[in-house]
Ligand binder design. Structure first.
Ligand SMILES: Cc1cc2nc3c(=O)[nH]c(=O)nc-3n(C[C@H](O)[C@H](O)[C@H](O)COP(=O)(O)OP(=O)(O)OC[C@H]3O[C@@H](n4cnc5c(N)ncnc54)[C@H](O)[C@@H]3O)c2cc1C
Length: 491
């Protein structure tokens, strides 16, 4: 074996996953066909749940130090959402370009000696009972790497997904947009503060202009010819200038275009996230309109869900069904993001009837319950996984805010010393006098809460048999097929 796990793709998903696996003690190799990181940052934000997860690992500070700003709250199709209603240390979005997040995550890996093989492209993949063979090409020519597991974190056009033959149902893009980072000449009329996207029906178009740094602005606009949304159609300076002038008036002066690319509202999701020893995560598993700023966050959270489970498999203590729970937990979460981004796309259509719907949606979003529902959805704070163990408890399956999980192990809070001794090395224990205990998975979700009746079963279900015993429980027999999101059955 060349590694325990080979990750294809050094985007935010692959790099987060590699860091998670490193914590679990796995031997990881990351490969990416690009010789250098894509200089254009698509995403510009960490949602509260992602900030919480990075913070729990102790990784947030170096990222937040490089943030351009914090955005108070979020938005749904441009309608403002208040995150301060949640019990979180991060009731805001960390405003940071994707490239800086990737760089920080990659620096952690290279510092720990994890190979990140750039200029190495996956060409093909096959698997047998014991491992996965990946045919790659790079500076040394074509060769085959072998690992116990492989993960396709290789973006929306994933080669891994295609090699596996996993279906990617959904629909193609209907609108084409351009995202451009442009340098503009000084002009007092230009915005000086980062702002949430807004929608101005009077202009009959959605544009978004926000300052990044040094007179460079992020400018987003819909392409002129919606009938030809070819993603690879070259973008001219004239096209950008015309859109800028339409949005900002004739006085705007374009100094240069730093980066520009097209994207669409295509919406698709992989039918299954696991194929034997190979997994799909991030954009390789789901694509959608980047409305509300969710894609990077979804991918990072896929990685945090999968990382400790794969780590357990590599370490040899994964209980039956643990690896399958990655699909059953994460597929419904992305399905809901696809649903909300499609809804957001509709709400920006410049049609009087759609605007009537938008006006009513705005009223609903401004109510406490409406805000809570939408803000929970976009921020990632409302995710709740189905947990088979324990008495009904408001925390079961939900995230535990403010919990430190730097070791990447599970955490038992409360109960007398020694009750988790059989799981030492897999579960840390902070004893306490509370009447109830809380068992937190390495990804920050509570998998048991209550008195200690049933605790051993939950420990065994999620962390394997205690030292020296066989596994008695099989997750695959107990877990429902789909998780719920905020108490609602996921579609
Ligand atoms: C205009 C725009 C704005 C966005 N804004 C936001 C936002 O504000 N917030 C947010 O959360 N999300 C946003 N997103 C979405 C976000 O950028 C993506 O969801 C995110 O990049 C997904 O990360 P990933 O690691 O899964 O995939 P990617 O970032 O696509 O990384 C995949 C990597 O795999 C590599 N690769 C591909 N094929 C191969 C191969 N065969 N062999 C080796 N390597 C390969 C690629 O080179 C790439 O580096 C936006 C997207 C767009 C288009």
């Amino acid at each position: 074996m060349d590694a325990d796990v080979i990750i294809v793709g050094a985007g935010p998903t692959g790099l987060t996953l590699a860091n998670e696996l490193l914590l679990a003690g796995a031997r990881v190799v990351v490969l990416d066909r690009l010789t250098e990181r894509n200089p254009q940052s698509k995403a510009l934000n960490l949602q509260p749940r992602t900030a919480e997860l990075f913070d729990a690992r102790g990784w947030l500070a170096p990222i937040a130090d490089r943030a351009l700003t914090n955005l108070p709250g979020g938005h749904f199709a441009g309608l403002p959402l208040d995150y301060s209603v949640f019990d979180t240390r991060f009731p805001y979005q960390v405003g940071i370009p994707q490239g800086l997040v990737e760089e920080t995550l990659e620096t952690r890996l290279t510092g720990a000696g994890v190979p990140v093989l750039r200029g190495t492209e996956l060409l093909g993949l096959s698997q047998d009972a014991d491992g996965v063979d990946l045919t790659v090409t790079g500076t040394g020519g074509e060769r085959t790497l072998r690992a116990a597991y492989a993960v396709g974190a290789d973006g929306g056009r994933s080669r891994v997904r295609k090699e596996l033959g996993v279906a990617f149902p959904g629909r193609d893009g209907r609108i084409s947009l351009v995202v451009a980072d442009v340098e503009l000449a000084d002009d007092p009329a230009l915005p000086t503060e980062w702002r949430l996207p807004s929608y101005e029906p009077a202009e009959n178009t959605t544009t978004f202009l926000t300052p990044l740094a040094d007179n460079v602005f992020r400018f987003l606009f819909a392409s002129e010819d919606q009938r030809e949304p070819g993603r690879d159609l070259p973008i001219t300076e004239d096209e950008i200038l015309r859109a800028l002038r339409q949005a900002r008036g004739g006085g705007v002066r374009l100094v240069r275009v730093k980066h520009a690319s097209r994207f669409t509202d295509a919406s698709r999701q992989a039918e299954r996230y696991r194929s034997g020893r190979v997994f799909l995560a991030g954009d390789a598993a789901h694509i959608h309109l980047p409305a509300g700023g969710q894609g990077l966050n979804l991918g990072v959270q896929d990685a945090v869900n999968l990382g400790w489970k794969l780590g357990a498999a590599v370490s040899g203590w994964a209980p039956d069904g643990l690896l399958d729970s990655y699909h059953s937990e994460r597929h419904p979460v992305a399905a809901r993001v696809l649903q909300n981004t499609r809804a957001q796309g509709v709400l920006t259509v410049p049609d009087p009837d759609v605007q009537a719907l938008r006006a009513i949606t705005a009223e609903l979003a401004a109510t406490p319950d409406g805000n809570r529902l939408l803000a929970g959805m976009i921020s990632g704070l409302d995710i709740r996984y189905a947990m088979p163990d324990g008495p009904a408890h408001p925390l079961l399956g939900a995230r535990l805010p403010d919990v430190e999980l730097r070791s990447g192990r599970g955490l038992l809070l409360g109960g007398r010393a020694g009750i988790a001794a059989g799981w030492r090395g897999r579960v840390d224990h902070t004893p306490g006098d509370d009447a109830e205990v809380r068992l937190v998975r390495p990804d920050g979700y509570v998998c048991f809460a209550g008195d200690t009746d049933g605790l051993d079963a939950a420990l065994t279900r999620w962390f394997g048999a205690p030292d020296g015993q066989r596994t008695h429980f099989s997750l695959s027999h107990k877990l429902p097929v789909a998780s719920t999101v905020d108490g609602q059955p996921a579609k």
